[in-house]
Ligand binder design. Structure first.
Ligand code: ATP
Ligand code: PRP
Ligand code: MG
Length: 283
């Protein structure tokens, strides 16, 4: 089975890191290679441009693909969106020069909109019922309204720095995007596809979670259980050796709750508290 992944650009590194964390280590995945084997003899990684990945999957070059939702929408392919991989978050927005007086989508009727995303842009304006000309560009889109090529742009923004630097204001949000695991619809449910989905999901599920281990006096167990937030009950074990009054308690908590939970646990008599990261969490 083949997974198409970004060969360069901002999505390359985080994608490779995610595959590694999921246990799908690349074997000899040197730069500039088109293919890499993985430790799973049935899984091969195919490197392609982020924008081409949806087509590769749709056309059968790969069963799975990892790329932005914006790229999949722009490709017009029919793919199953299996999993939000929770990186590459951005928004596609309609923006116009601050001094242009454009305040709504309707203000652009009869105007020209420059974009690297003609399909998404066309669909957006069709839905809005506003007629515009679309000028397709392949980069530096932010410049076009300042050189009379366009009245507005449809482009990616994440921090907003580029829009600000080019004195462009957001008129409307077109879509929000993040990187997804896509599959060809006929591959969904096959054993390998589901194994890869589960492996990647386990990394996502573990991020932002911490594993807490502690010793708790037997008579304090109820009080300690009361201060442990969420995610099902803790695992409670007898401690071997002479100290039979102590229990070992293990629990998974949200990273953001760790600080407060530790303070409460100590108040309730827990000691020897150990906090560790979790690599994967298979539900
Ligand atoms: N701030 C951002 N700018 C651009 N793309 C982003 C941003 N944040 C997330 N992305 C995602 O990354 C994708 C762009 O990937 P791409 O491989 O083109 O990266 P790149 O670093 O912009 O490379 P290139 O130099 O080829 O443009 C977008 O389609 C989107 O899904
Ligand atoms: O809101 P911001 O954080 O400023 O990010 C948005 C900018 O980032 C992207 O450009 P990129 O860096 O990918 O350069 P490119 O135009 O060469 O693809 C995108 O096309 C915007 O210009
Ligand atoms: Mg780019």
């Amino acid at each position: 089975m083949r997974i198409a992944v970004p060969n360069k650009g901002r999505l390359h590194e985080p994608t490779i890191e995610l595959l590694e964390r999921a246990g799908l280590h690349l074997v000899d995945g040197a730069d500039r290679k088109l293919y890499a084997d993985t430790v799973d003899p049935d899984v091969t990684v195919l490197f392609a441009r982020a924008a081409d990945i949806p087509e590769y999957v749709a056309d059968g070059a790969a069963e799975l693909g990892i790329t932005g939702l914006d790229q999949q929408r722009e490709s017009g392919t029919d793919l199953a969106d299996l999993l939000d991989l929770q990186f590459g978050q951005c928004r596609i927005v309609l923006a116009a020069p601050e001094e242009s007086g454009v305040e709504s989508v309707a203000d652009l009727a009869g105007g020209t909109v420059a974009t690297e995303f003609p399909r998404i842009t066309r669909e957006f304006f069709e839905e809005e019922g506003v007629d515009v000309d679309i000028a397709e560009v392949s980069g530096a889109t932010e410049l076009t309204p300042h050189v009379d090529i366009a009245d507005a742009i449809v482009d990616i923004t994440s921090t907003g720095t580029t829009l600000r630097m080019n004195r462009l204001g957001v008129v409307a949000e077109v879509m929000s995007s993040s990187v997804r695991l896509f599959a060809r619809p006929d591959a969904v449910g096959s054993e390998k596809v589901e194994q890869v989905r589960t492996a990647l999901d386990s990394v996502i599920a573990a991020s932002g979670k911490r594993y807490l281990m502690m010793n708790v006096p037997r008579e304090k167990l109820d009080a300690v259980e009361d201060v442990i937030p969420g995610l099902g009950g803790p695992t409670v074990m007898e401690v071997a050796g002479e100290d039979s009054e102590m229990l070992a308690v293990h629990v998974v908590v949200d990273e953001r709750d760790v600080f407060e939970t530790i303070a409460s646990l100590r108040e309730e008599g827990a000691s020897g508290i150990l906090v560790t990261e979790i690599e994967r969490l298979v539900e």
